[in-house]
Design a protein around this ligand. Structure first.
Ligand code: FS2
Ligand code: SF4
Length: 541
């Protein structure tokens, strides 16, 4: 196996024996093959489009779902991934027959093999496909960005919003990563295009979420527990949550969010469910202790799943792209009503959750809510009460190096406001950082995809203050990354012209020296150092 797609990759270089995430070599190799044959299918669909033939929504969804399955901490199940490879090969064979011109297609499109050949084929399908480090680096950057984009479009698709334009782009870009003719400058351009399409993908998802569930609004979210048994819902899929809330509303149980599902508490449409209790616990990597203490079943709608302890494995119910051998799986495709009766019945037999915390945390500061407060915020900036905004969006992770973000948040001057999104927030969202003239010092826009909201807010502030360049705003970007959705968010921010983003806790292992140089010279990308040095850099203290 060789995998270097996430921030926790072994030695900040690559996992080769087993994933730090718990991914076994056999699973990693099958994921490589799944990505490879998905690229092959994409080369065929791209040519079909060129020949004027339509590509069905089902094929588009197959591509994005496959990529989502291979995102860090989504799927550890060999059988699940094998099944996806078979489906993809069959689909490719079907579409090949529709092509007029089948000459010069890549091996990934024409290869077809039985299950017992998958292991051998996987060994030659890894991400390091070229002898050139920079080509490999850019192909990886593009592929990982596309994984993030696929995750976001898949969520929009679940709410019946599709974009053929985005799907066509994803497939064309996947096919381009197989093209040995593409040069480094061409791949750099494609990388930037992934970022531009990333903005469109996040906008599509934002529209899907807000059309379906309303605009998030300021909400005090309970973090204590009730007296009834509960189901804990994790991941990012709001449609799954909605179906579960509806099916469980008269069952005598409560529904709690975990990790990235926390922002669901701020959507108006979910507030009508009186058994939607609040949030339980912190970010994804704390799940072993928190799932143990929750006592009830857990629904994983997307990553991040940590390989579960046997003591609670039977309480894990996966759905969508998530898989782990020995856990329950709830099926259901786009537009289908999933049947959550088994997990609801399971919950009824469980004791209520053990209380970990008490009180509330505040959420709901997506773009519409922040725009509603625009006058107050602009006044605070004009009067000097707010000196700077600090964007601390992104991911959390299990390593101690991420204590930096807690200490950084604590050390920020009192006249700064943190704009956050994604699970990175758990490093500081329970600190008592106070407010500035009634504006909380941590404004949580939502899930990682709601980094879109932060970009929209920045663009609005640029307009209000009449600035020519978005980089003239009093905004610092100190972003934490972990998995591939954060890669997409980063590329999206770069495509909006945002410069001098600090990325940590380490820069991606898949960036070659020359690709890093391009990012530094053109966008001012930098890493992080110590809290003291970075405070000095940002504030000259
Ligand atoms: Fe956090 Fe994990 Fe949100 Fe990532 S819960 S690192 O999936 O996409 O973020
Ligand atoms: Fe390693 Fe991350 Fe890949 Fe898991 S996803 S195998 S931790 S690089």
């Amino acid at each position: 196996m060789f995998c270097y797609q996430c921030q926790e990759t072994a030695g900040n270089s690559g996992c080769t024996r087993v994933g730090v995430c718990g991914k076994r070599p056999s699973v990693s190799n099958l994921q490589d093959l799944l990505v490879y044959v998905t690229k092959g299918l994409s080369a065929v669909t791209t040519r079909l489009r060129k020949e004027g033939m339509p590509v069905s929504g089902n094929v588009n969804h197959l591509v994005t779902f496959n990529l989502f399955v291979t995102i860090t901490n989504a799927n550890f199940d060999e059988d699940f991934i094998t099944d996806r490879i078979i489906k993809t090969l069959e689909q490719t064979q079907l579409l090949l027959r529709q092509l007029k011109d089948t000459s010069d297609l890549p091996d990934a499109s024409t290869w077809y093999g039985a299950v017992d050949t998958f292991t051998e084929k996987a060994a030659e399908s890894g991400i390091l496909s070229s002898d050139d480090d920079d080509i490999n680096s850019l192909r990886a950057l593009i592929t990982y960005g596309l994984k993030g984009l696929s995750a976001y479009t898949k969520h929009a698709n679940a709410l019946l919003q599709d974009s053929e334009k985005l799907d066509a782009f994803i497939q064309r870009a996947l096919a381009d990563t197989l093209d040995d003719e593409l040069t480094v400058p061409e791949l750099v351009d494609l990388t930037l295009e992934v970022g531009r399409r990333g903005v469109e993908g996040m906008a599509l998802l934002d529209k899907a979420n807000t059309d379906a569930y309303g605009n998030p609004e300021i909400t005090n979210i309970r973090i204590d527990v009730g007296t009834r048994p509960g189901i804990l819902v994790s991941g990012h899929d709001l449609r799954d949550l909605e179906m579960l809330l509806e099916q469980s509303k008269d069952s005598g149980i409560d529904i709690y969010t975990h990790s990235e599902m926390l922002p669901a508490n701020s959507y108006p449409a979910f507030k009508k469910y009186h058994h939607f209790y609040g949030n339980y616990g912190g970010s994804w990597w704390k799940q072993k202790e928190e799932f143990e203490a929750f006592h009830g079943p857990i629904l994983m709608t997307t990553n991040c799943l940590v390989p579960p302890n046997s003591s609670y494995q039977d309480r894990i119910y996966n759905t969508g792209p998530v898989g782990y051998p020995g856990c329950h799986y709830i099926p259901g495709g786009i537009g289908e009503e999933k049947d959550f009766s088994e997990i609801i019945e399971h919950a009824k037999k469980c004791p209520p959750p053990e209380q970990l915390e008490s009180g509330t945390i505040i959420g709901g500061f997506a773009h519409a809510q922040v725009f509603a407060l625009a006058d107050q915020i602009v006044d605070a900036v004009r009067s000097g009460a707010i000196r700077k905004f600090v964007v601390m969006a992104g991911c959390d992770g299990r390593f101690n190096s991420r204590e930096y973000y807690t200490e950084f948040a604590k050390a920020l001057p009192d006249d700064t406001v943190i704009l956050t999104a994604g699970c990175a927030k758990y490093r500081y969202n329970k600190l008592d950082l106070g407010d500035i003239n009634g504006i909380p010092r941590v404004l949580d826009a939502g899930q990682c995809n709601d980094s879109y909201s932060i970009a929209v807010i920045a663009l609005k502030l640029q307009e209000i203050f009449g600035l020519d360049d978005i980089n003239e705003l009093p905004v610092i970007y100190n972003i934490a990354w972990y998995e591939q959705k954060a890669v997409l968010v980063l590329l999206a921010l770069l495509s909006l012209g945002i410069k001098n983003i600090h990325l940590g806790p380490t820069l991606p292992a898949f960036l070659s020296l020359n690709v890093t140089k391009v990012l530094v010279e053109n966008f001012g990308i930098a890493g992080i150092t110590t809290v003291e040095e970075d405070m000095n850099l940002f504030f000259g203290n």
